[in-house]
Design a protein around this ligand. Structure first.
Ligand code: GLN
Length: 308
């Protein structure tokens, strides 16, 4: 990783300058306190080496990045047929919180598991005896794949989103009305808002990502934590829908499976080589970290990481 160590700190400083072009998400009030100028990155190789630079100690909530792993949990709990009878496999081309196509396009199931409507349905498919059991299972799974027993929910961010998440609430009621969501709406949202509020550092994201880069086998313990097929499904959605409706552009400019979140996190992988966690809370208009995307574009083009 010496080639990365040689440049990473300088490149982070250069990309950081772009943060002022973006804005921190404020629709979840608690996120508006995020450090606007911060940019951090942590890269973990499949051999277990690490390099990091910038504000990599910044704590942030996973937000939409968590949707990768709740999808994997639902697939492991229920199987492919059950999951994909309730959520589609196609990019929507709309904003992550859009409800437009739920009514416009038959059969009224969300286009994919990464837009909010799809992720809310996925939350309802996680096995468990009520929301408390499901939340405990989510935390347990996330701790296992991050190799970090102290991962936890950020209760202030959870509460802030739960108090103000009227749009997600309306999406959920719409899905209930359509017969896509069977459980109690508030119970499902309790699980959804909580998994969005799991707090991590870039190092945690990189560790979770390296598991995907290695096809589901923990490269450190050698233990298979996720079936290869489900890793393949998750990576495919990361390419087609992971950066919201900027996924096509990201695929051209960076060419790696990735998932972003409104807290400014990006989790990406170089298949078979690296897991990468980035945080840069200032977002562009499509909801992705301005400085983070810039840094990944540079890394990918300089080191020829694109899978295409
Ligand atoms: N894009 C995101 O990260 C969205 C997740 C956020 N919790 C929401 O539902 O709005």
């Amino acid at each position: 990783m010496d080639h990365l160590k040689a440049v990473l700190a300088d490149w982070v400083e250069e990309s950081k300058k772009l943060a002022h072009h973006g804005q921190v998400a404020a629709y979840i009030p608690e996120l508006s306190h995020s450090p606007h100028e911060a940019l951090g990155i942590h890269i973990t190789s499949i051999e277990g080496d690490s390099v990091s630079a910038g504000n990599c100690g910044t704590l942030f909530t996973m937000q939409s990045i968590s949707k990768v792993f709740t999808l994997i949990m639902a697939l492991m709990d229920r199987g492919e047929d059950a999951v994909f009878s309730k959520v589609g496999k196609e990019p929507s081309g709309d904003n992550f919180n859009s409800m437009l196509k739920l009514e416009l396009v038959e059969p009224g199931i969300p286009f994919n598991p990464f837009i909010n409507a799809g992720a809310i349905v996925v939350s309802s498919l996680i096995a468990g005896d009520g929301p408390n059991d499901k939340k405990a299972r989510v935390l347990d799974f996330f701790r296992r794949i991050a190799g970090n027993d102290s991962l936890d929910y950020n209760h202030a961010v959870y509460r802030s989103e739960s108090d103000t998440g009227h749009r997600n609430r309306s999406l959920a009621y719409f899905l209930k009305e359509n017969g896509v969501l069977m459980d109690d709406v508030e119970d499902v949202l309790d699980v959804y808002f909580h998994h969005c509020a799991v707090e991590v550092t870039c190092a945690d994201l990189a560790r979770m990502a390296v598991l995907l880069a290695s096809g589901g086998v923990d490269p450190i313990s050698g233990e298979s934590l996720i079936p290869r097929r489900f890793v393949q499904i998750a990576k495919t959605f990361m390419i087609t829908c992971g950066m919201y409706n900027a996924s096509g552009e990201f695929a051209i400019e960076v060419g790696l499976p990735a998932k972003s979140g409104v807290s400014g996190g990006i989790m990406t992988i170089v298949p078979g080589r690296y897991g990468i966690g980035v945080v840069g809370p200032a977002l562009n208009r499509k909801g992705n970290s301005v400085a983070g995307v810039h840094l990944l574009e540079r890394l990918s083009s300089e080191f020829d990481w694109s899978i295409f």
